[in-house]
Design a protein around this ligand. Sequence first.
Ligand code: IMO
Ligand code: MG
Length: 426
Amino acid sequence: MPTTVIIGLQWGDEGKGKIVDFMAAQVDVVARFSGGVNACHTVVVDGTETRFSLVPSGALRPGITLVLADGVMIEPFNLTREINRLRDNHGFDVKRLLIGRNAIVTMPYHIRLDQACEKEAGQYAIGTTGWGIGPTRVDHVARQGVRIFEYLNPDFMKEGMLARVRQGLTPAWLLVRMLGMLYYSEEIYDEIRETLSGCITDTASFLNKAIDSGQHVLFEGAQGTLLDLVYGFYPYVTSSHTLAGSACIGTGVGPTKITAVVGVAKAYSTRVSRGPLPTEVSGDERSSLVELGQEFRHTTDIPLRVGWLDLVTLRYAVRLNTISSIALTKLDVLDAFDEIKVCVAYKRKEQVYTDLPPDLGCVEYEPVYEILKGWKSSCTEARGHADLPPQAQAYLHFIEGFVGVPIRIVSVGRDRSQTFYLGDET
Ligand code: IMO
Ligand code: MG
């Protein structure tokens, strides 16, 4: 049985949740391996939208075991709320959820510190989601983090936690001290403990055994390749590894057990906050992409930054993740355009760069575009390759030729029914 990793190839929000839900029709287990409560994965089934932040996006498929593996940062308040919402709206049974005992907890003071730093940084802020991801990682690496199984143990929270953080003073802990912040209270934690305690287990053993016994396992990533802590456009990145390779660290499953990597990419580019976006557009092109793609920050009316598809960074991401195939989302957003631009190189002082220049982000590069003909018709009803207009097929073909891997899945709308395989379902 295949063990497939799904990751984002751009700056996040590529539609990973939608692709995980789609592929989950054929799997036994979906395991999230990275990121934290900063992720927002949306799945639409028969017009009803469900948002996932921590719970794996395969939750709407009955019978599948869901895993939050050790590499995920757990924010227990949000996770409990998400589980309750899923229970109320979809009859979700928390017994289907397993949580890696070593997963690090995002504490209230991490969130407070993240937001305080961003505010203080003003115009220099990274533009984080404000969910405490950076401070959680800082404490983790400083060996002052709290693992979920410790967090759910009241004795540890009363005694051991203090010994742990006293080994040194991280900025987050300093904040707790200075503000006299509450980091533990029995009443607040009762519901969380009740909900999550039964889920904690050795998920690495579970996943290895599942794969060895022939189960089909899907690993779900978060964020995108260009937000990776090492390979993204640092410092405008997240504090996690987002690449396919991190699925191994995040789950405790070795690389030889991974059989395929599906990279999810939007048919154009978006970026939530600051940092390089080489193909960014303005004016009418911007308004069209924002409106047609409904590209707004989650639950706000703040538009995202948008641009044409950047094949130079896409090829970079394909290489970094050893992608087997691409899932291309939101193709329908390009339905209305007369011409569609794709960036095939960058230019600076008459010199052309076909690969990512090492100083991109420090100096300005101009995108070099190839202009393709638009299809000027709706592809939202397409359910296979043959249903796509010839120019849309040509667009897919051009991308495949440039990045050197096939596009196997396409989505032409928000609903589950609007995602399809281009060929065999394998
Ligand atoms: P999903 O999984 C898009 C971006 C933030 C910011 C940077 C650092 O839904 O694709 P952080 O809060 O992680 O410290 O913010 O990363 N970012 C995302 N952008 N989609 C996401 O997740 C993101 N998660 C973080 O906007 O630029
Ligand atoms: Mg998202």
